[in-house]
Design a protein around this ligand. Structure first.
Ligand SMILES: [Zn+2]
Length: 267
C-alpha cells in the first residue's frame, strides 16, 4: 500500500476523468490526499473525497500564489482564482468536513516578487500574515498543515519556529541543513518527482525513515519514466528512487512512508 500525500485531482487537468484515475489508484491500493489551493479547488477536493468511504481525503487552504496582493502580477496557474484575503470562516466550515485531514497547501512563495524593491517588504508581509492566519485555523481545529515553500526558507523558518505547527514540508528541494531545521521542529518531509530533477540524494540518504512522506504533486512533476500528465500511480517511481538511494527495499519505503502518512493525517 502507498499514500500519495499531495495530489491535485481537483484541478482542471483531471476534470474529465478524476474518478477513473481514483478508481485505478484504489485498485492498486494507493490512497491519496487532494490538496486545495483556493476556495474553489478546496471545495472540489472535499467533494471528491466525500464520494469514497476510504482512501480519498482532502486538504483545504489558500496557496500563497493565490493571494491577490495587488503588488505583483501573478501568472495564475490553471486552477487558481485569486483571493484578496483569507476567508477564515468559509475555510473553517470546509475544514470541518470529516474527510479533511489537513490545512494546505499554505506557506510562502517569493517566486513572483514585485519588480520594485520598495514593494517587496509589503508583499512578503501579506504572505506571512496569510500564512499565520491559516496556522491559527489549523491550531483551532487541531489539524496538521501541508507547507509550500519556494525561495522563502528563512522567513518560513521564522514563522514556523514561533507557531510550531504539526505537518509536512511538501516538495522538499532544499539542503540537508535546511531539512534538519524542519526535522528539529518535528516536521515530516515530502518527496516527489523533483528528486529526479534536483540533487537531493544527500537529504534522502540522511533522512530518518520515520519522517519520510511520498507524494506526486500531480498533474505536475511527472517522473522521467512516464510521459505527459503526472498521476498518483506514478508515485511508485519516487518510492523506488528513495529505496535505491537509501539501499533499502521498495517494500520498506512503502511501509514506512504509509505508516508516517497514516500517523500524521490520522487516516
Ligand atoms: Zn501542490
Amino acid at each position: 500500500m502507498l499514500i500519495d500525500t499531495h495530489s491535485h485531482l481537483n484541478f482542471n487537468g483531471f476534470k474529465d476523468d478524476a474518478h477513473q484515475v481514483i478508481g485505478r489508484c484504489l485498485a492498486e491500493d494507493i490512497w491519496l490526499i487532494n490538496i486545495g489551493t483556493n476556495l474553489v479547488t478546496s471545495q472540489k477536493a472535499v467533494e471528491l473525497a466525500t464520494k469514497y468511504n476510504q482512501g480519498v481525503y482532502a486538504a483545504v487552504g489558500l496557496h500563497p500564489i493565490s493571494l491577490d496582493t495587488g503588488l505583483v502580477k501573478i501568472k495564475a496557474e490553471e486552477d487558481d482564482f485569486l483571493e484578496k484575503e483569507f476567508a477564515y470562516e468559509k475555510y473553517k466550515e470546509l475544514a470541518q468536513d470529516s474527510k479533511v485531514v489537513a490545512l494546505g497547501e499554505i506557506g510562502l512563495d517569493y517566486w513572483y516578487k514585485p519588480k520594485a524593491k520598495s514593494k517587496r517588504p509589503e508583499f512578503k508581509k501579506r504572505q506571512k500574515d496569510l500564512f499565520v492566519q491559516q496556522l491559527n485555523l489549523a491550531e483551532e481545529l487541531s489539524l496538521p498543515v501541508i507547507i509550500h515553500c519556494r525561495l522563502a526558507f528563512d522567513d518560513l523558518l521564522e514563522v514556523v519556529s514561533s507557531k510550531t505547527p504539526k505537518g509536512v514540508i511538501h516538495c522538499f528541494s532544499g539542503t540537508w541543513q535546511q531539512a534538519q531545521e524542519f526535522l528539529d521542529l518535528g516536521f515530516y518531509i515530502g518527496f516527489n518527482g523533483i528528486i529526479f530533477k534536483l540533487e537531493l540524494d544527500e537529504v534522502i540518504k540522511k533522512m530518518p525513515a520515520n519522517r519520510i512522506l511520498v507524494e506526486t504533486d500531480c498533474p505536475y512533476l511527472t517522473p522521467p519514466q512516464e510521459e505527459g500528465r503526472n498521476e498518483p500511480l506514478f508515485i511508485k517511481h519516487v518510492v523506488q528512487k528513495i529505496a535505491n538511494v537509501r539501499g533499502e527495499s521498495f517494500a520498506e519505503i512503502s511501509e514506512v512512508s504509509t505508516q508516517n502518512a497514516r500517523s500524521l493525517f490520522e487516516i
